[in-house]
Design a protein around this ligand. Structure first.
Ligand SMILES: O=C(O)CCC(=O)C(=O)O
Length: 263
């Protein structure tokens, strides 16, 4: 299959909207091998979960496991794919990208909505050149809980201090409506990838079907990203987990953050 190429219209759309729906990037054959491995690892790593009704809003939204690339060669090969990393660099207009981290997000059958939020409130990098590849492992309809974005919200600063919570849901759902943002409502075919910037306001609906909504994500940052000079307590937790040992204002280059593509 030919590599998915980003043209100037696509990167301009990403810069304007804060997200881009890349269609038919990966083949079913690639995804089927990957999802079989991922499903097995997720089953082994997420045993004994409490029933949905006993969980917090956050934990009802999805079961989350991070840096799975460290647990399997098949997953590492997928997360480290140079073609995906180049796509990330191209759409952001960056010279190259490093891995920030990966995470699987499985929204269980009957699982709750993912509250409106921004991702970068958690992240300790000094750049806006960050993006998440949200890679569904099945055709994903609105009933399963697709991602929706407030188009252009990455250019505003309101609510940026709020972590994922009932509070972020209440604030952003009002703000998005009252500010008149257009909200994307895409469904995703197997092979499609949703790409969004770290400050884009987004949410996902509940999973109203009887099967899990399985998604893998890869989070990239520009290869010249530095650690912020001052970190919030939330960002310090992320620093310790995903860029351990990084120093204020210095280039982030730990062994967990390899360069995955460079020009
Ligand atoms: O998959 C979801 O429900 C939420 C994903 C998300 O918020 C993200 O990847 O940034």
């Amino acid at each position: 299959m030919k590599r998915f190429m980003i043209n100037s219209e696509m990167s301009a759309q990403y810069a304007r909207d804060g997200y881009f729906h890349a269609r038919k990037v990966l083949t079913a054959a690639v995804l089927n091998v990957f999802s079989k491995e991922l499903r097995q690892k997720m089953a082994a790593l997420t045993q004994n979960q409490p029933p949905l009704e006993e969980r917090s809003t956050y934990k009802r939204a999805f079961t989350q496991v991070t840096n799975l690339w460290q647990k399997s060669d098949i997953i590492r090969d997928f997360v480290f794919r140079a073609d995906l990393a180049q796509l990330a660099a191209d759409i952001m207009g960056a010279n190259g990208v490093r891995l920030y981290h990966d995470q699987a997000l499985f929204k269980e059958a009957g699982g709750g909505a993912t509250p409106w939020h921004v991702d970068q409130v958690y992240w300790p990098m000094d750049t806006v050149n960050t993006c998440t590849f949200w890679i569904p492992l099945q055709k994903t309809t609105a009933e399963m809980g697709t991602l929706s974005f407030a188009k252009g919200s990455h250019l505003k600063v309101e609510g940026r201090e709020m972590v994922i919570s009932d509070e972020s849901e209440a604030f952003f759902s009002d703000w998005v409506r009252e500010s008149g943002f257009e909200v994307s409502r895409d469904e995703f075919e197997l092979g499609d990838i949703s790409i969004h910037a770290g400050w884009t306001v987004h949410h996902a609906g509940p999973n109203q079907t009887d099967r899990n909504r399985e998604v893998m994500t890869i989070i990239y940052m520009a290869d010249d990203a530095r650690l912020l000079k001052r970190l919030s307590p939330t960002q310090a937790v992320d620093r310790d987990a995903f860029t351990p040992g990084s120093q204020p204002a210095e280039l982030i280059s730990t062994s967990l953050n390899p360069v995955l593509f460079s020009r």
